[in-house]
Design a protein around this ligand. Sequence first.
Ligand SMILES: [Zn+2]
Length: 417
Amino acid sequence: METKTVTIKTYEAEIKQRHLPLLQESIDKVNKNLVKYNIPEVKILQKLESSYYDHEKHRDVDTFKLVLSHPTLIHNGREVTYVGTISFDGGIKKIHNVDERFVLGALDVKTLTCDHCHKALPRTKWSFFVEEGKLIHIGSTCSKDYFGVSVERLLDFWTFVSELKDKNDEEGYGYGGRSRPSASFKDLLAAILLTTHDFEGGYVSKANSNESKPSTANLVMGWLFPYFRGMGEIEKQAFLLSWDAGRTKAGQIIDEVKSLLLALPPPQNDFDWNLFEALFHYDGEGVTVLNDFVSFFGPAIYGIYKTWVDAHKPALVDDDKVKNEHFGKEGERLVLTGLRVVFSQFREGDFGVTHIIGFEDSEGRLFKSFYSGSDEYKLDSVYNLKGTVKGHNNYKGRRETVLSRIAYYVEKKGKKS
Ligand SMILES: [Zn+2]
């Protein structure tokens, strides 16, 4: 068997002491695989006992501060750094990112070309790396050919270690295990209404919770999965009564909240993208639709709260002054004059650029397009546009028409319309 030249790097992580067996299991698994390819094994170099105080459970939590050694990846003699993966779990896109310089969620995996085979095929898993300063993407079935060794186990291991590090927050949702139960959107909303006093109470993260201020996620879990044991009959009846009231109210406002959620601004980082992917799916035409179920309580709560707060900021739209309406029919090719660029954002990395542009016509109708051409639409400039209606969305209470295949044109002189 050929011996690979690999660099060994170290990695620091703080994990709970009771998670150490899980980590050891994962190390054994990856090492079994590394030995096969004559690659140095993952080792725990240093293990320091530590602890922190958990305000909700009123006790110290014992942790280990670890220093791990692990092999790096080599391609054509060059060191390659792991960035993250995009995979699909039950149809929901999940982003795992260990390098905050990159926002993987903004990538359209449907059109992504593998940097190994140069094919754009649908994949269930993509891995991302930095090679010679450039972000590259490799389909999971190609990674073995690309590196000459099977690296999937090693990538899974890195993902696992950073998940262990994240587990402190996850346990704020009341479940330490890897599987989380799901609730209907209506129940989730009812629980949030009750725990935040109609969204007035504000969201409290696990990190910001203390003895007098429990985390929102824990309270929501308490409403969704109440512990009746130890509750008197009167308390139980009161609980159920308020729960029913919450559910009725949730039913009434559900449409409002749905449209508010759809009005969220584009995600800014991979945490936002994971929120977005858990809450929405695309309907095939690129229009966002809210998922019927939400299985990630914490992110869902945060997402709903954030939206609600944004929505309750001073009114954004004066309906008398602007035409707050959708325009055109889906599939229709529109010819539009005098569109002013009111929003312009580039989502970029070393991997290419997508330009999201918002336009407003003279009567105040909003249009949006995801543009990947090389021409630039400048903020505040006015264009005459041709574009095909892709769908209709809502953005912060305003209706907007999503256009595809946009192109600007110059009106011929002497021909007024
Ligand atoms: Zn490939």
